[in-house]
Design a protein around this ligand. Structure first.
Ligand code: F6P
Length: 342
């Protein structure tokens, strides 16, 4: 078989490890041939691809980013977009199947194309860990490591000045990165989208930390909103899938905390640093295994399916099941963490 691979949506540490895992499994086990579409669905719509050989994936699992490039292109738009045009391009180039590595937007598009008859298998990717059908997605562990290191560093400068630091992490509409990095870094409050809080409650936590002679450290997820806000803070417009681009809540909270408590406060937004650089060992292993099993799914003709982590096993589920709902932080996990606040 000739298999096309694409990486689409926001990049994520571990994408290259998936590509390597797929190519090695395909070449060694099935004698498959691979091409890589450039810039995600854009390469599919424009018929822009390059060969990927075993030699090309040498030493790739530790490399951040994606050798194929990524974009948030919608495959149903543009001159070469839509299932008929894409199938024509695949037939013309003898490409039998596509492995689409992406998050919710990418996988939703993959499902719609599979419904129209295209041969696609999905691999879930997101630092946010917000896909319901997998226990963990690769990239999340690395993002948590990066955020935890940043929190450790922020704590020493906060303590030196007796300041309150509000650090904002990514995660879109779920609070996994905030919860895990906040717990690991010993945050005094963790604010997540699943649990809106009042400013009074936040200030109470901050003040109780000061009363103990400590510098308060608040971790806030970009999707968090105060109980008086209708939705998450967004001032950067919409992305290609018409979803609001989040960010800026820390900048909003820090001056309010300072005004109400009298504690000098600063905000820090970690931003895309959470997606950059080498993947952790855990993410390299998970990504490699997902890549290998995606090729098995192609040879099983499991079109419209997605490889997923269940416990320690890699399983296959339908993409429809995967994109139907968000993997939110459950109440029990928040209640557990809350004991550590204040
Ligand atoms: O989904 C991954 C993610 O990093 C989110 O946490 C964040 O809201 C978004 O992507 C940022 O997207 P972009 O790279 O387009 O700014």
């Amino acid at each position: 078989m000739k298999i096309g691979i694409l990486t689409s949506g926001g990049d994520c540490p571990g994408l290259n490890a998936v590509i390597r895992g797929s190519v090695l499994q395909g070449v060694i086990t099935y004698d498959a041939e691979f091409i890589g579409f450039r810039w995600g669905w854009k390469g599919v719509v424009e018929g822009d691809f390059m060969p990927i050989t075993r030699h090309d994936v040498r030493g790739l699992s530790k490399q951040g980013g994606t050798i194929l490039g990524s974009s948030r292109t919608n495959p149903f738009e543009g001159e070469g977009g839509g299932p008929e045009n894409i199938q024509r391009m695949l037939d013309a180039n003898g490409i039998d199947a596509i492995i689409a590595i992406g998050g919710e937007g990418t996988l939703t598009a993959a499902r719609r194309l599979t419904d129209a008859g295209l041969h696609i298998v999905g691999v879930p990717k997101t630092i946010d860990n917000d896909l319901a059908a997998t226990d963990y997605s690769f990239g999340f562990d690395t993002a948590v490591e990066i955020a935890t290191e940043a929190i450790d560093r922020l704590r020493t400068t906060a303590e030196s000045h007796g300041r309150c630091i509000v650090v904002e992490v990514m995660g879109r509409h779920v609070g996994w990165i905030a919860l895990h990095s906040g717990m690991a870094g010993g945050a005094h409050a963790i604010l997540i989208p699943e649990q809106p809080q009042s400013i009074d409650q936040i200030c109470e936590w901050v003040e109780s930390v000061r009363e103990r002679g400590r510098a308060p450290l608040v971790v806030v997820a970009e999707g968090f909103h105060l109980d008086e806000m209708e939705e998450a803070h967004s001032h950067k417009g919409l992305d290609a899938f018409n979803r609001p681009r989040l960010g800026g809540i820390a900048e909003r909270l820090a001056p309010i905390i300072e005004e109400r408590t009298g504690i000098e406060s600063r905000d820090t937004v970690l931003g895309h640093i959470q997606r950059g650089g080498a993947p952790s060992a855990y993410d390299r292993v998970l990504a490699t295994r997902l890549g290998m099993h995606a090729v098995d799914a192609v040879y099983e003709h499991a079109w419209g399916s997605m490889v997923t982590l269940r416990g320690t096993d890699i399983k296959t589920v339908s993409i429809a099941e995967a994109v139907g709902s968000l993997n939110r932080v459950p109440q029990s996990r928040y209640d557990e963490a809350k004991i550590l606040f204040g």
